[in-house]
Design a protein. Structure first.
Length: 277
């Protein structure tokens, strides 16, 4: 699988496995299935309350820790206790280091949290640090007044919300674009039934979901599709044996409505909803 080189020189797989809204035995089983199929990037978060299940799968999988890339996130409710939160994540994930730790939202005292992540990075407990759900203005502010530039910004990105403008700013500051909800979550039916996408999928003998993932990875966006179904887990990884033409890429780009469902911290209603987490 192709990897992306982050701004601090470490390599990160371009396609990984997401674990949002899974937990317990189901989460452990799906992560094990993903690793068995060949996934090496696993994404979790404090707020998902499943780090222990992910850790159990990592322990049982039989793959060397150095061959896995483990990402977690500090919840904004924990920003005042970031160091302890990371220590708890390390214990739950049964590892002595993390490959990538993100600040989950630009709420609360994220400056203090970022400086704790910088310290933990210098101590060797975290290989790379980054952000999630940060709009360009908050990202630039964080970069300007701190030592380390985020390696990654994980934001909601799919064919109906492609983040063209945000991508320009991330590229300017050498921050890697990482997509959560790359298959659209609640909008996947709307997306997968688009005539242009269906036609392109038929041309390549692939599913619309596979074309969606191929489009994003072909644009050098790291994606973390999630499923608890073994056949879907396998299907989502099978996107590297075909290439979309420039014309097909242009057709898919036209599907963009630039409207996020979840990751919109400047929307007061979405922010108010996030405060319940």
């Amino acid at each position: 699988m192709r990897s992306i080189v982050l701004n601090n020189g470490i390599e990160m797989p371009i396609l990984g496995f997401g674990t949002f809204l899974t937990g317990g035995a189901e989460c452990e089983s799906s992560v094990l299935s993903a690793i068995e199929e060949g996934y090496r990037l696993i994404d979790t978060a404090e707020a998902y309350a499943n780090e222990d299940a992910v850790g159990a799968a990592i322990t049982k999988c039989g793959v060397a820790r150095g061959d896995l890339f483990i990402t977690t996130k500090v919840n904004f409710r924990s920003y005042e206790n970031t160091a302890q939160t990371v220590e708890t994540s390390l214990k739950k994930l049964n590892t002595d280091y993390l490959d990538l730790v993100l600040l989950h939202w630009p709420f609360g005292n994220y400056y203090a949290a970022w400086r704790e992540l910088e310290r933990l990075h210098h101590e060797g407990k975290i290989r790379a640090i980054g952000i999630s759900n940060f709009d360009p203005d908050r990202m630039i502010d964080l970069i300007e007044f701190n030592e380390i530039t985020p390696a990654v910004n994980q934001i909601e990105t799919h064919l109906l919300c492609q983040r063209q403008t945000e991508r320009q700013w991330m590229d300017k500051y050498h921050v890697q674009h990482m997509a959560y909800a790359p298959l659209g979550q609640g909008r996947k039916n709307e997306m997968f039934e688009a005539p242009a996408l269906v036609e392109i999928a038929q041309t390549h003998g692939k599913t619309p979901a596979q074309v969606a993932l191929r489009y994003l990875t072909q644009r050098d966006v790291i994606v973390i599709p999630k499923s608890v179904h073994p056949e879907r887990i396998r299907e989502n990884l099978d996107v590297f044996d075909f290439e979309l033409s420039a014309g097909e890429m242009a057709q898919i780009q036209k599907m963009d409505t630039a409207t996020p469902m979840i990751g919109d911290p400047e929307n007061p209603e979405k922010t108010e909803m996030a405060m319940t987490w």
